[in-house]
Design a protein around this ligand. Structure first.
Ligand SMILES: Nc1ncnc2c1ncn2[C@@H]1O[C@H](COP(=O)(O)OP(=O)(O)OP(=O)(O)O)[C@@H](O)[C@H]1O
Ligand SMILES: [Mg+2]
Length: 224
């Protein structure tokens, strides 16, 4: 099995505003090895969220190719891509993005139910136990603190045993105490489960724990 899990080759991303073409990513190439913990840093507007979206298959590059676990995912249709995303990747957002009409355990189970995993509920309960939320399974998102919601979102990202977890500013909506809790949880996942992590963040504390920091500046990787 190759040591390379994710490979982005000469990725560019453009948006069009009227007839104006705006370059948001410019010729970005990046390789992430299995088990690596990579932080994507850079000032606001430098392209971090766009890069994560493209790397994770949530969005497509305008130019360039993405390989995930040895497979070229660039030209897959949405129907082909959805199961690849659901089994290989997990995604954690700044604003948690839990489904408000589902309780905590149902939110965690959701990606496993999509693939009709009969163990969905047991796996979800075990994940809640691991993050210390065994008593919160029946709470709806609005009945949970921000830190608790993010722990639920991390459990949801893990339920299908992904190879790689992407997180976009996972501590951005949390106070410093809750941020430290989430950082420790992510670091433990990386160490204990050997999960590959790619995280966009402004947090120095989170970046200091990474194996490698990739810095973006105006949509390009800063060298040196
Ligand atoms: N759908 C879109 N249409 C046009 N421009 C966009 C679109 N999405 C993002 N952009 C632009 O792309 C640039 C990069 O945005 P992006 O969200 O990737 O930055 P970021 O590094 O994540 O910033 P932050 O740290 O504030 O989250 C910004 O200038 C933004 O305005
Ligand atoms: Mg962003």
């Amino acid at each position: 099995m190759s040591n390379i899990l994710l490979q982005a080759e000469n990725i560019s991303k453009y948006y069009y505003l009227g007839d104006q073409k705006i370059m948001v990513l410019g010729n970005v190439s990046l390789t992430v090895n299995r088990g690596e913990f990579v932080v994507i840093a850079g000032s606001s507007g430098s392209g971090k969220t766009t890069l994560l979206s493209v790397l994770s298959g949530l969005d497509r590059p305008s130019i360039g190719r993405i390989h995930m676990a040895g497979r070229d995912i660039t030209d897959l249709t949405e129907d082909q891509l959805a199961p690849v995303r659901n089994t290989l990747t997990g995604f954690v957002f700044q604003a948690f993005h839990l489904i408000p009409s589902l309780n905590a355990i149902e939110n965690v189970m959701f990606p496993a139910e999509l693939k009709k995993d009969p163990e969905a509920r047991n796996k979800a309960q075990s994940l809640l136990d691991q993050v210390g939320l065994q008593d919160r399974g029946k709470n709806f998102p609005e009945q949970l603190s921000g830190g608790e919601q993010q722990r639920i979102a991390i459990c949801r990202a893990l339920i299908n045993d992904p190879e790689i977890v992407f997180a976009d500013e996972p501590t951005g909506n949390l106070d410093s105490e809750n941020s430290e809790g989430i950082i420790q949880l992510l670091v433990d996942l990386h160490k204990d489960r050997k999960i590959t992590l790619v995280i966009a963040t402004h947090s120095q504390s989170l970046a200091s724990r990474a194996d490698r920091i990739v810095r973006l500046h105006d949509g390009r990787i800063q060298e040196g």
